[in-house]
Ligand binder design. Sequence first.
Ligand code: NDP
Length: 448
Amino acid sequence: MSNDYTNQILELVAKKNAGEPEFNQAVKEVIETLGPVIERNPKYKDQAILERITEPERVLMFRVPWVDDKGKFQVNRGFRIEMNSAIGPYKGGLRFHPTVNLSILKFLAFEQVFKNSLTTLPMGGGKGGSDFDPKGKSDNEVMSFCQSFMTELSRHIGANTDVPAGDIGVGGREIGFMFGQYKRLRNEFVGVLTGKALNWGGSLIRPEATGYGAVYFAQNMLATRGDSIEGKVCTVSGAGNVAQYTVEKVNDLGGKCVTLSDSAGTIYDPAGIDAEKLAFVMDLKNVQRGRIKEYADKFPGVEYLEGKRPWGVKCDCAFPSATQNEISADDAQTLVDNACFVVSEGANMPTVPEGVDVFQKNNVLYGPGKAANAGGVAVSGLEMAQNATHTNWTRETVDKRLQEIMKAVHTQAFNAAQEYGVAGNYVAGANIAGFVKVADAMLDQGLV
Ligand code: NDP
């Protein structure tokens, strides 16, 4: 689905962003599906939409100095990528992880533009974070870091400008510390961050939204074959926010999750991770901040696969929910050989391009992250709407909206793929549907 213009853009992006492999990977995966769209609307080429959409509107990089518990000065690097604001204020999470760098955040910000467009809500795309590692830090150290980080970030964000949220390493605790510091510096109580706690502006279902959404997306894909999650054996990677609520929703819908993982290894529980075991995981990960191995120590009949990812475990559906490039081509082949036929990505870009090819060649129902995990940012959008109108919606209302949005994301991706002659290809469908809305807004708004 490439053409001369899209190839030329990919060369340009590779040259301008040498040394940024993740960003180039994400751009390539989108741009190479857009050839037929550009041919149908030559204005996109005439008005340099691809040149513009691959260049962030603004990149902020800053020093984050803070003091640890021993009184030692520490310095981390902070980032915010304001990628595209054609259809709304920049919106996207903050990631705190030692691997964070410009390439990873630019890939995430780029993906976010198309994902946010698919949600049907008015949100542009952004992403940010730091190479700070919250693991092993005390609450005081995390607070000291978050306050310093927000001291600089507060100059650039705002409820109508740029609204960050959580991502890897940024949960309720970090959002709280950052919100407190923003309020203190700016003297205003506004919806400048999402993922807030319920008693000070948060939305019901926001913590659940990404995981629930990935399962709803899988349900929508399964429904195209007259099937459902009920009775399916599922593998899940990660053990954080997205993984936990993926397990909860699979259980709700009558499926069974048999794995969870963290960066040290995987637990395999053939009996299934039921509500009681999930409550243990939530306490272990969100309160004790322990390692997933402790699950295998606690419950009988559980195997711990040290240093391994879950993809060797037989399943019907896989929900990668940890990080980028966590499914290699070999992993994808193993999944297919084991008769896995649904992959719904809770994480962002968890499958390497060669792995995506394996899924597509084998007719797997493959939902790419920018569609399948859009539920998180969608409910962040609903949190913004509640903040702006000073109201709180019920759990039922938010969950219903989330289900409607995931259905709309699926429908748009499904229909766009059909319209462009690649039926069933959710990668191309999501890219095309997400792109057209943003590109048309850019055309309307002139050369900015
Ligand atoms: P959390 O920090 O809550 O959990 C991340 C989990 O993934 C942890 O179990 C962590 O293990 C594991 N992990 C992280 N990095 C690596 C790595 N390099 N190798 C192996 N395991 C790793 O993050 P979330 O659950 O919020 O995010 C998970 C994924 O979902 C990310 O790709 C994120 O971008 C995506 N996402 C999240 C959204 C949200 O609303 N939170 C929205 C949309 C997408 P360990 O503790 O050992 O590091």
